[in-house]
Design a protein around this ligand. Structure first.
Ligand SMILES: Nc1ncnc2c1ncn2[C@@H]1O[C@H](COP(=O)(O)OP(=O)(O)O)[C@@H](O)[C@H]1O
Length: 112
């Protein structure tokens, strides 16, 4: 089992959710994040004063995946999040030891 984490543009969240749902993903976790990569920040003017914003708002999407679905889910995330510009984000995959469904006590892929 894998934990796939994607840090993406907030405006891409709807497309990502649609892509994952039509593939059959049955659950995901979304949280707000702030960060920077090669995109770095940008300069903004507020009440005449210029200041730099160096941590840009992003969305973190976390999906648990069975081994045989991990590559497909990774592809969906990359495809739906991509605009071709710096700031599109990053996706990483972590090997998981265990997943437990709290309600039933099921473990492993049955708990995904
Ligand atoms: N090395 C990293 N470690 C953790 N998060 C990162 C890293 N690089 C980028 N991110 C996250 O991804 C978001 C988008 O980064 P982006 O500028 O597209 O990265 P890059 O072009 O360097 O791959 C950042 O705002 C940050 O939240």
């Amino acid at each position: 089992m894998k934990l796939i984490t994607a840090i993406v543009r907030p405006e891409k969240l709807d497309a990502i959710r649609e892509g994952l749902e039509s593939y059959g993903v049955q659950g995901l976790t979304v949280s707000r994040a702030n960060g920077y990569g090669r995109q770095r920040g940008y300069t903004q003017v507020y009440r005449g004063a210029e200041y730099s914003v160096d941590l840009l708002p992003k969305v973190r999407v976390e999906v648990l995946a069975a081994e045989d679905q991990s590559e497909d889910i990774l592809d969906i995330l990359i495809t739906t999040a991509n605009t071709g510009r710096a700031g599109d984000g990053k996706v990483w995959v972590i090997q998981l030891d265990e997943v437990v469904r709290v309600r039933t006590g099921e473990r492993g892929t049955a708990a995904i």
